[in-house]
Design a protein around this ligand. Sequence first.
Ligand code: SF4
Length: 432
Amino acid sequence: MEICLIAAESARYSGSDASRVNPLFPPLGLMTVAALTPGEHNVTIIDESVEAADLEIEPDLIGLTAMTAAAPRAYELADAYRARGVPVVMGGMHASALPDEALQHVDAVIVGEAEGQWQGLLDDFSAGHLGRVYRNSEFPPASLIPAARRDLIDTSPYPMKHVMQATRGCPFACSFCTVSTFFGRTLRTRPIEDVLAEAREIEGEPITLVDDNIMGCPQYAREFFSAWADTGKTFWSQASTTMLEIPELIVQAAEAGCKALFVGFESISQTQLEKVGKRFNPIAKYEELVQRLHDVGIAVIGSFMFGLDGDDEDVFERTADFAERVEMDIGQFSILTPLPGTRLYRDLESAKRIVVRDWSRYNGSHVTFEPVGMSPEALENGFQWVYERFYSWRSILRRVGKRITPLVWAANVAYSQRVSRWLAGVREQPAG
Ligand code: SF4
């Protein structure tokens, strides 16, 4: 059977190319689904952030995935393929959150992770009795995660070429985050020997470990870092601010080859953090955390959100000042977005504060709900202002000038270019 797996990309929606930016790393989810596919089938992967899907192809089966912002594009693709008689199935975050909506466009949906369901779906499809919804009754063990099919992807368009995963899930449940809904609150860990075997197969570094919280289980993290050091490969990953409670783990991560960590700071107001279920973030210790990471040579990719209840128009300047003062290496800023499946979505929906239903605008750069404390226009403008300031040359030199490394410098230059192109695209888009 010929199977084509497609990661839909929102900016391709209705032919729009306005806000498209170059992708950061290859589509690990589809590379994993490809690896779960029995060998008698022939699989291809299209990542629409690199190339648009060809509507003329006629494989035996199309497998789609999409984050919420890309759902309209995924539906557009599904409708087009099915009109030509090609069956389409869909998985991923959005279809898992709203399977009934997805089923208006596709033949079947996998709710949750593909492990334990994809093979059964293929068997049913081959036997001519495809079901409508496939869902695991519990989270599948991480030992089922196979080594991704890297042979199916040309990594040349991606700045971060090597991507893999050691754990799934996060012990926390921040109201805006899909991770604990989709992957659960118990951190599931792959056998360390599986992770190391996959890492050793990868030619090159750094490896991006897309784990949502690589230190979410300190005991596993200890064993993992100690074993990973033997690979001799550098890596980037994500961790929560709670790593500060176990500072020796930060040292161990650095010794294992960690060069950067994505950290969800989200806000510099404790009250706002409490409102989104992230009271465990210790604002008073943010600076100490950044310093400790810098001391061991780990760059900090800080994530911040705007539009939380309580944020006013001062929040942008205060956040940018903070990020520059602590010499944040890289910053990722977004507008709070009520993604389907999250507690935030349910809360705002029941308060009748969701005002935009066009999923393509649920990408963190548009206001989709009624904010308090400022107008939607002020929120979007302030968010764009922060990005422009943070990736101005003046700010880059101020933040990383003293500790410059080729990796961090390259990341800032790349981000600076991405931001210019992306903001130009965002401003071209009509108001939603
Ligand atoms: S700590 Fe991070 S990954 Fe975990 S629930 Fe909160 S935002 Fe999501």
